[in-house]
Design a protein around this ligand. Structure first.
Ligand code: OOG
Ligand code: MG
Length: 267
């Protein structure tokens, strides 16, 4: 496939994104800086970013999907889900602290995480396929961090920024998906004692398992396959909330337990 930008130009953008993500700095939108920067360019930058991380020994553990709920699409004013990669070193332990010093403008959102079994079918096309391939699901808080001012971006630009990925917290009680109705799990987000977000799990594509079907299809279309053992964040079920140092956040998931994280400036 021919890309609108040269490999050299895309590598230079990936280097800038990497620097901004590592040091919590802001970026200008690639779509404003580069004529013709489209979704294919966005994912090409993301791939180059992934290569840079691998060289530095950052271990890929799975994927995140973004903008899979209407609440998130409306909040971000875009209408198509996106994907990104997640690494082991982005994890914050449940009940732990997340330093904000190297983040630009962190926000939290509640998500259902899936962990796949080691051996899975090559393609997951139905909800039954996903359930059969899932080892367990667990409640999560994704800490996103757009490197674009005020989270104002378009789809190719957010894709280049690895779909705003920054940190994640997996907690609560791991559950077998067959034990729950994945469409109707109640979720409440509490920030400093105030309820700031509410949703049902079905806010994500009717059933967050559908995120895995979309991800499997997307990978297949790019000639890749979903790997067994992957951790997948299925997307925020309600609007994301800005957080700053001093805040504590607890996401409570019906029948799945709580996930908590506290934000500090530095450790
Ligand atoms: C894009 C990432 C969205 C989600 O769960 O919808 C995302 C953003 O809102 O900055 O992670
Ligand atoms: Mg998210």
């Amino acid at each position: 496939m021919t890309l609108a930008l040269s490999r050299k130009a895309l590598s230079a953008i990936a280097e800038r994104v990497d620097e901004a993500q590592t040091n919590g700095r802001s970026l200008t939108l690639p779509t404003e800086a580069h004529e013709g920067f489209d979704m294919a360019c966005g994912y090409a930058v993301q791939d180059l970013l992934r290569d840079r991380w691998k060289v530095r020994g950052r271990r890929l553990v799975g994927y995140k999907a973004g903008l899979t709920s209407r609440a998130k699409m409306a909040q971000m004013k875009v209408d198509t889900p996106t994907f990104g990669f997640i690494t082991a070193d982005m994890a914050v332990p449940d009940g732990g602290i997340c330093p904000t010093r190297l983040l630009s403008r962190p926000r939290v959102e509640p998500e259902i995480a899936f962990v796949l079994k080691p051996d899975i079918a090559a393609a997951l096309r139905t909800e039954a396929d996903v359930l059969a391939a899932t080892d367990f699901i667990a409640p999560a808080i994704e800490i996103i961090d757009s490197r674009y001012a005020d989270y104002k971006f378009d789809l190719p630009s957010v894709v280049a920024d690895n779909s705003s990925s920054a940190r994640y917290v997996i907690g609560g009680r791991p559950r077998r998906p067959a034990e729950l109705d994945l469409r109707t799990i109640g979720i409440v987000v509490v920030q400093n004692g105030e309820v700031v977000g509410e949703a049902a799990s079905g806010a994500v594509l009717g059933n967050p398992a559908r995120t895995i079907i979309m991800l499997s299809q997307w990978l297949e279309d790019r000639g890749e396959a979903l790997e067994g053992g992957s951790l997948i964040l299925t997307g925020g079920a309600c609007e994301a909330q800005l957080v700053s140092a001093g805040d504590s956040v607890c996401a409570r998931f019906q029948d799945m337990g709580d996930v908590t994280v506290r934000f500090v400036e530095d450790v």
